[in-house]
Design a protein around this ligand. Structure first.
Ligand SMILES: [Zn+2]
Length: 490
């Protein structure tokens, strides 16, 4: 059987050889002997063919096979360091882990990370903003681990004050193990006397097993975070009357933090803004610009970076008479992605306008996966229903298949807030659908009111969402946790 299967194709046609069947009848060892004889060149090929009663062509074929085998046997061995040890399937999640390792283990700069990705992987699909976001997201889980550490075993603490980005940071190290148990950012440089007092408080707290100075950095209490209020430049009034009235309103409504939209605006930086927002532990400033306004030669990124340095946590409210995917707006979104600023976007039929089904917005979300958007407004919330006719609020029951469901499911970079009449109406117009919608997307929906100071009007948000029958965890995500995580609040 083997004989039949080997080199049958080499059989010689009767018209070319004296003994047509000889080649076909040769077994493997006979063919090998013939090839060895041919390779030795002790006899001419013609003579070998005659001796074995095969054609010259057949002899040459055996000679070729033997030559290939010898060549293979004497090929230079692969150098040891070129041997493939293992193959690495690289996913986006792996890249994120790699980026974090470079930052935390190798203390690489963000630009250094970009250089390594370029040099080692020829990978360019990463911006400085994304690296910043990866590092910031890690802070959230690191903080959880950090807060769960038992510090009661620390007996002697070494304390010092260091500077990070020009801000003083209190540091505490366990003398015995050199474990760093304390890194607390201070609002301003503390006096030596105050520093020793804080260190003593930390030491006393450790002795009783609690987390010491870390406790001072805990969030202000409150059931709600309002992701959407307005006060604009009034926030910076020297007598702080508006900001004080906001804090009083927040306290009355159990709000720990409120996002002050448009607190920093335009291309011209404002001295008052540089001084900082009043109540920085409670008010979260967003910045905004109109890309169509004259910039005096300043680049959008430079202006927004200044605002970030002054404390801006996001961009918006962005509400201009432009298509949601207008080129000017796309440029702004790109810059926000680079700086890690979420973009709060008003959508209706005139401002950041789109068509039924929000096809333009879908295109923006797909093209800029690194930019986080917080959508709201009549156009967005009308799209909760599949039978939408106009991008404005409606009171009719919701039908399934709306763009809100579709886009929130498809694009992880999309959030939304429940502010204004449009947000409350979207849920209250059909409470059964609204409740299920909140549960379905509970990790990407944020509570907000759209209160405008100094004269906020109650549009029923606290009552509607505060009293809504929802699982405890779902409710807490929507009322507070999602904003806390997205805006990296302390
Ligand atoms: Zn608004």
């Amino acid at each position: 059987m083997v004989k039949q299967n080997i080199d049958r194709s080499d059989s010689i046609s009767p018209s070319f050889g004296p003994h047509p069947c000889s080649a076909a009848q040769m077994d493997c060892s006979e063919r090998r002997n013939l090839s060895v004889q041919a390779i030795r060149r002790t006899e001419a090929v013609t003579r070998l063919a005659q001796q074995h009663q095969v054609s010259r062509k057949f002899v040459y074929q055996q000679l070729a096979k033997a030559t290939v085998a010898i060549d293979q046997a004497f090929e230079p061995a692969e150098p040891k360091d070129q041997k493939v040890l293992f193959y690495l399937p690289i996913t986006k999640a792996w890249i994120h882990q790699f980026v974090l390792s470079l930052i935390l283990i190798c203390h690489s700069s963000f630009r250094g990370v970009l250089d390594i990705l370029d040099a080692m992987f020829d990978y360019h699909d990463m911006s400085l903003g994304t690296i910043h976001n990866i590092a910031q997201q890690a802070v959230v889980s690191a903080r959880r681990v950090n807060d769960s550490q038992d510090l009661s075993g620390i007996r002697i603490g070494d304390h010092d004050e260091i500077y990070q980005a020009n801000r003083p940071v209190l540091v505490g190290i366990d003398h015995r193990s050199t474990y760093c148990y304390l890194l607390a950012v201070e609002d301003s440089r503390v006096s030596r006397r105050e520093f020793h007092r804080l260190a003593a408080v930390a030491a006393a707290s450790m002795a009783s097993g609690c987390t010491g100075l870390r406790g001072r950095a805990q969030s202000p209490p409150g059931r709600f975070i309002d992701a959407h209020i307005h006060a604009h430049a009034d926030l910076y009034d020297p007598d702080e009357s508006v900001s004080t009235s906001i804090i009083q309103w927040m306290d009355a409504h159990d709000v720990s933090h409120a996002v002050a939209l448009g607190a920093m605006r335009g291309y011209v930086s404002d001295e008052r803004i540089e001084k900082g927002l009043p109540h920085p532990d409670r008010l979260v400033p967003f910045c905004v610009i109109d890309p169509r306004e004259p910039s005096g030669g300043r680049k959008i990124i430079d202006v927004l970076r200044e605002y970030v340095d002054a404390g801006a946590r996001g961009f918006g409210e962005y509400k201009l008479k432009l298509a949601v995917d207008a080129p000017e707006s796309m440029r702004v979104y790109e810059v926000c992605a680079e700086l890690g600023l979420p973009v709060l976007l008003h959508i209706d039929s005139q401002y950041s306008f789109d068509e039924i089904g929000l096809p333009r917005f879908a295109k923006v979300l797909a093209e800029l996966p690194e930019c986080v958007f917080i959508a709201y407004g009549p156009g967005w919330w009308a799209s909760i229903s599949g039978d939408v006719q106009e991008l404005r609020s409606s009171k009719t029951p919701v039908t399934a298949g709306g763009a809100c469901d579709r886009l929130l499911t498809k694009y992880p970079n999309l959030y939304c807030d429940l502010s204004a009449g449009s947000g409350a109406n979207a849920i209250s117009r059909d409470l059964d659908f609204g409740r299920e919608f909140l549960i379905r997307h509970s990790d990407r929906i944020m509570f907000g009111t759209d209160s405008i100071f100094p004269e906020p009007k109650d549009k029923g948000h606290f009552e509607l969402f505060g009293n809504m029958d929802l699982p405890r965890q779902i409710k807490s995500r929507i009322l507070r946790e999602n904003a806390h995580r997205l805006l990296k609040l302390v």
